[in-house]
Design a protein around this ligand. Structure first.
Ligand SMILES: [Zn+2]
Length: 66
């Protein structure tokens, strides 16, 4: 059975602090913004599925060009 929730550890793009996030497979292809708990800056989380169907999360700062 496929697990719908996965825990990932990412680094804040501003301060580098390790952040644990819970990601939902149903959110694949979406992005959301959450403030860093350490430096309070808005981190953009992007959720993507790879070819094997595994979800991955990447983090971006708000000034990054698309
Ligand atoms: Zn931070």
């Amino acid at each position: 059975m496929m697990e719908l929730l996965a825990e990932e550890v990412v680094s804040c793009p501003y301060c580098g602090e390790a952040i644990e996030v819970l990601i939902d497979h149903q959110e694949a292809g979406h992005q959301y913004i959450e403030d860093c708990q350490v430096c309070c800056k808005p981190i953009i989380f992007r959720l993507a599925l790879d070819a094997a169907g595994n979800i991955s999360v990447s983090v971006h700062d708000e000034n990054e060009a698309y």
